[in-house]
Design a binder for this molecule. Sequence first.
Ligand SMILES: CCCCCCC/C=C/C(=O)SCCNC(=O)CCNC(=O)[C@H](O)C(C)(C)COP(=O)(O)OP(=O)(O)OC[C@H]1O[C@@H](n2cnc3c(N)ncnc32)[C@H](O)[C@@H]1OP(=O)(O)O
Ligand SMILES: Cc1cc2nc3c(=O)[nH]c(=O)nc-3n(C[C@H](O)[C@H](O)[C@H](O)COP(=O)(O)OP(=O)(O)OC[C@H]3O[C@@H](n4cnc5c(N)ncnc54)[C@H](O)[C@@H]3O)c2cc1C
Length: 676
Amino acid sequence: MTMVFLNKEIRDGDNPDLTEERKTATFDTNKMAEVIYGSEKLARRRREISQAVSLIPELADSKPLPFLSRNEKILESTRKVTALNEHLPRLINMNDEDEAWHIHSEVIGFEGNPLALHHSLFIPPLVIQGSDEQHEKWLGRAKRREIIGCYAQTELGHGSNIRKLETTATYSLSTQEFILHTPTINALKWWPGALGKSSNHAVVVASLIIKEQNYGPHLFMVQIRDEQSHEPLPGIAVGDIGPKMAFNGADNGFLGFNNFRIPRGNLLNRHCNVEVDGTYVRPPHDKMNYAGMIRVRSRMAAEQGTFMAQALTIAVRYSAVRRQGFLENKSQEVKVLDYQTQQHRLFPAIARSYAFIFCGFETIQKYETLQNEMNSGNVSLMADLHALTSGIKSVVTYQTGEGIEQARMACGGHGYSMASYISEIYGCAIGGCTYEGENMVMLLQLARYLVKSVELAMRGKPGDLGPMVAYLAYPDIKVDLVTGPEAYVKMFQHISKRQSIKATEKFHRKMESGVSRDEAWNQCAVELTRASRLHTRLYIIETFIRRVDSIEDLSIKMVLTDLMNLHLNYELLDVASYALEDGFMSSTQMGFIKNQLYSSLEKIRPNAVSLVDSFQFSDLQLRSNLLNFLFQVLGRRDGHVYQNLFEWAKSSPLNQTEVLPSVTQYLKPMMEKAKL
Ligand SMILES: CCCCCCC/C=C/C(=O)SCCNC(=O)CCNC(=O)[C@H](O)C(C)(C)COP(=O)(O)OP(=O)(O)OC[C@H]1O[C@@H](n2cnc3c(N)ncnc32)[C@H](O)[C@@H]1OP(=O)(O)O
Ligand SMILES: Cc1cc2nc3c(=O)[nH]c(=O)nc-3n(C[C@H](O)[C@H](O)[C@H](O)COP(=O)(O)OP(=O)(O)OC[C@H]3O[C@@H](n4cnc5c(N)ncnc54)[C@H](O)[C@@H]3O)c2cc1C
């Protein structure tokens, strides 16, 4: 029997072009997977889980999802996720979030499902913001899935500006209850995943009112549907918000309250409280109620890196079997992967996938440290991590969108077909630019932090700058890029520092000219978001370098060094104008960067297929498996694309009959009429 994931694996039936690619690899994909996922054990567990899932027929798609209606999609995703739950305790370590994420990605794919947010957005805020007593009451039930929940914060009229949420939770002294109310249409909760039809509970974010004073957004546990009949409780209006760009296997919903009463104990009160007499007990940090959002954002770099990696796996494998046009040899058409333009489209995006995943795991660890500190009452790390994750979330989602779109175009016409699966991945990933804080809004949050840091440096207090922004006070010393990655970091630091300073100075000048602070901020906003992006890109570069430095296996280190160099040159070239502007970079250096970039593409080429194989996505995960059900087919590991595309087309419901009603009812009469 052949090993499923070894790059050097030769399987008789595979497309010879792909087999040839796997033979040229200079490293072992299993070893690379250990680096990507953090350890031999973690990489092996993923393979074991994928293998186990592939042996359970009921976990496979029973129908090709693109051909289903919305109702059918929700039914199918719910069937799969509930079937999966039966098998979960046997297949994964139930306390391991990464294993849970992986198995859901195998079984559910990108369509979403009504339990996805139960685990990622309902249980976590309950854990973070709920007291021990509240954990006792709801956490066990939630974990056992006796109740299903969602996170209801965004409203029809407000998403970004949480302070202006209109849903109110007014404390009633006489009954010791909170009265939830939706005063206007705009105040309807709108968007929460799984709210529409599936959840019977919600963590609701509402403005807390005590004795007519507004204490801002707070989190409440609210039962919205009867546990027996699943009907909405009296005083609750709830429903689905309709089809979306993606996630159509999930029911994002709306929710309104008509003076709906909940007990005082339903305010999640680990960090704040309302006492019986209405006394408000403040949390240790003003923004403590936003901690759950930092958590989700901290996970987005690794998530998005994986989304992009899936699209790239499809595009790179396809590019190695797609032959079109000629280079030197006129007797055989070339693999499109040999074109420099194709490599330029795909390889920098591969490098970014690796960079995001490395950066992502580091950020998740930072969040875990914050969580532990918060549990013992120390909130001093919150501001730094809020700034960092705001920037990372915005940069990775945008660049992932770019990378996936390039992957689609790299597949030519077949990329546009749903058989590529890329449009589904794109629809899901690009949502990340909006959810968990709209990107511009979050970049401006980071900008606040950068401006404050520049101000500290200007006031001659560089010692007060945290390690993430210490470079803002570094002197400008010209660098020789030939000396390696450190010089690239210094060049990037100069660019990022200069932009932060320029934006801050412009902001100050505006205020000095008499413009109000808010107006001045708005007039500098584009420059400020540029500063935030540069700062974040620098941070991602640094995490990439740190990770490569830490690798011991020589063959892995060599190929990752090539990938890192490609990343450094691509990123620097993209922002070179900032350094050319003040003469910090010379035009000779610019030429050097370009040449390094082109030579990196050549170095990566023989390893390209194995670099994406190393992510070890199964065919099921890429919806490219024919065994379980005919589905998307472009990224198949065996590379047999063409005959499967034909099978895919034949399975289209339109092809189940030769003459469609559209022809008999309209086209035929039209043609007949024209003959008269
Ligand atoms: C596989 C895919 C699955 C897909 C699932 C998708 C699920 C999606 C779920 C959701 O989308 S849930 C809803 C998410 N919503 C948001 O993210 C809303 C975004 N808005 C905000 O977070 C806030 O409104 C804001 C933009 C941070 C602003 O808040 P606020 O107006 O209260 O503060 P400011 O006046 O701007 O800043 C004051 C001060 O507070 C600091 N700060 C803000 N947030 C935090 C925080 N989380 N932690 C620490 N500090 C914070 C901020 O930096 C300011 O500090 P100073 O500059 O004054 O020092
Ligand atoms: C797939 C998906 C799933 C979601 N799931 C959930 C969920 O489970 N629970 C939940 O509560 N919510 C959820 N949401 C809602 C999501 O969190 C919000 O849509 C998001 O926070 C953006 O807010 P908004 O829609 O109000 O955008 P808006 O703020 O209205 O953005 C519109 C435009 O205004 C700009 N803008 C707004 N404010 C500023 C500012 N201060 N400065 C500069 N520009 C600004 C933005 O940049 C953007 O260009 C989901 C959304 C999506 C797409």
